[in-house]
Design a binder for this molecule. Sequence first.
Ligand SMILES: Cc1cc2nc3c(=O)[nH]c(=O)nc-3n(C[C@H](O)[C@H](O)[C@H](O)COP(=O)(O)OP(=O)(O)OC[C@H]3O[C@@H](n4cnc5c(N)ncnc54)[C@H](O)[C@@H]3O)c2cc1C
Ligand SMILES: *[C@@H]1O[C@H](CO)[C@@H](O)[C@H](O)[C@H]1NC(C)=O
Ligand SMILES: *[C@@H]1O[C@H](CO)[C@@H](O)[C@H](O)[C@H]1NC(C)=O
Length: 542
Amino acid sequence: MATKLLLITFAICRLIVTVGLTVDPTELLRLVVDGQLSVDPSDVDTASKDFGLMSRAEPLAVLHPGSAQDVARLVRAAYSSAHGFTVSARGHGHSINGQAQTNNGVVIEMSGGGPSGRVMSRVRSGSGRVSEKGMYVDAWGGELWIDVLRSTLEYGLAPKSWTDYLYLSVGGTLSNAGISGQAFNHGPQISSVDELDVVTGRGELLTCSEEKNSELFHAVLGGLGQFGIITRARIALEPAPQRVRWIRVLYSNFSAFTKDQEFLISLHGQPSTHKFDYVEGFVIVDEGLINNWRSSFFSPSNPVKITSINSQGGVLYCLEITKNYHESTADTIDQEIEGLLTKLDFVPTSVFTTDLPYVDFLDRVHKAELKLRSKGLWDVPHPWLNLFVPKSRISDFDKGVFKSILGNKTSGPILIYPMNKDKWDQRSSVVTPDEDIFYLVALLRSALDTGDETHTLEHLTNQNRQILKFCDDAGIKVKQYLPHYTTQEEWMDHFGDKWGQFYQRKMDFDPRRILATGQRIFSPSSSVSFSNHGADKLLSIS
Ligand SMILES: Cc1cc2nc3c(=O)[nH]c(=O)nc-3n(C[C@H](O)[C@H](O)[C@H](O)COP(=O)(O)OP(=O)(O)OC[C@H]3O[C@@H](n4cnc5c(N)ncnc54)[C@H](O)[C@@H]3O)c2cc1C
Ligand SMILES: *[C@@H]1O[C@H](CO)[C@@H](O)[C@H](O)[C@H]1NC(C)=O
Ligand SMILES: *[C@@H]1O[C@H](CO)[C@@H](O)[C@H](O)[C@H]1NC(C)=O
């Protein structure tokens, strides 16, 4: 207890010294009643980093919130203090470019761990958070999707729309969109949210939905953390399937590949027996990648003789589809799949099938993570690039990028799959291309020091620049997903027609621009001090 108090006092001193806070310290003391404000070096270090490992910013302190009220208290203090300080929510820190970091402000560790982990777990497992009647779950904003899944499965229910990887926070993916192979059918994760609790940049804790505070609701979804901090999300559920039939087929002809993908996503309105539940795909420019880190699908017992399919050694494309089922309907599943596969135009000898429990399918990338971690290949820089490419130009993108700029080494998986724009609510803050169908192209690369020049961070970063320049020169109107820009001009260009609305929402909900400054869209209003000079000296004295 004494150490905790000391730590708190220390943290407050640090805050006061650094940003010249004129708030009454006891006001900040009340702020830590439920959780803990920490300046522990290991907390500060964690909050300074992210999955990208390419940028670093040290906060003054880290809040482990014990409740939504803690979040509101901190933001209110930041908003109402004379000089102000910045506040960034951090989900699981899986951003690439410092989006959840802040210099000279406070990072809120939404995903628990740390000393307040116990408190948060009580919040999370609160009774009544799954409603079978309402078919929804109330998730804490910092909760990881894997934990959401585990708790809904106890009721035989599950969310409908996913990301490929489940160790991401609810608030983090909803601030972007949240996409995977289900998006063609159910839309992104932001299309399955019934209601949110949000702490705005004014420090108010508000409930919002389509009916209530609807402007805030739409602003926050895909809002890059700019308008408020999500403390609770009510997520729509469906009956959980038990098993998944997971199929991969190969193409050497890009138009045949995209034609089939587009056909499969056009079936979204059909009854579930007449469509797949998940449609993705990936590009193979490098044979090593057939056993890429995202899954061990093509295992030694299921070897892929690529050379037999790809005698010319060109680029290959893999369509990845699944069908969910219940053990009680297992007898019809083969027929349904066969019926769909006959309509496709893949290389006939290239069908690879596996069958597994639903949870194992959803959690597939975590297995790959563990493998990479064991080889020291997880905590490396990740110069990822995610683009939404309009359907009308996807074949130009193939020629210019997959078959040209990339060469034959890619340093990571390249995902490609189309989505239907009408499943995306245009009132949200997220930006997509201006066509009914657009593709996600995800270049998920890891930089390594192997002595091979093509694996270096510099090489991969240059390649990303080249790809963006190619699109620009060729007039391919791509939009970045998980966008990263450093000037307001670039952000205005990114938002296009939506910029005016985005700006207005910022003025309404975070007028002092204290939230999620790591996105680098708005700089804090001038009265927020960004100077850290002297603070470190003073701290070393104390
Ligand atoms: C291995 C891996 C696989 C991935 N796969 C997919 C995928 O399949 N599909 C997909 O869509 N994305 C995917 N992503 C990207 C992921 O959705 C983003 O990184 C996202 O930011 C979620 O990560 P996070 O919870 O760690 O958020 P953070 O990185 O912690 O935060 C992201 C942004 O959201 C803000 N934020 C965080 N929490 C809140 C909150 N509660 N309220 C308001 N704002 C908040 C932060 O301030 C920051 O600006 C993947 C990322 C990784 C590393
Ligand atoms: C590739 O597929 C397209 C679309 O199915 C088809 O029109 C074209 O003839 C194919 N090209 C080759 C070389 O097979
Ligand atoms: C990969 O590209 C390099 C340089 O462009 C070339 O020298 C090499 O032969 C290629 N390797 C394969 C397997 O195609």
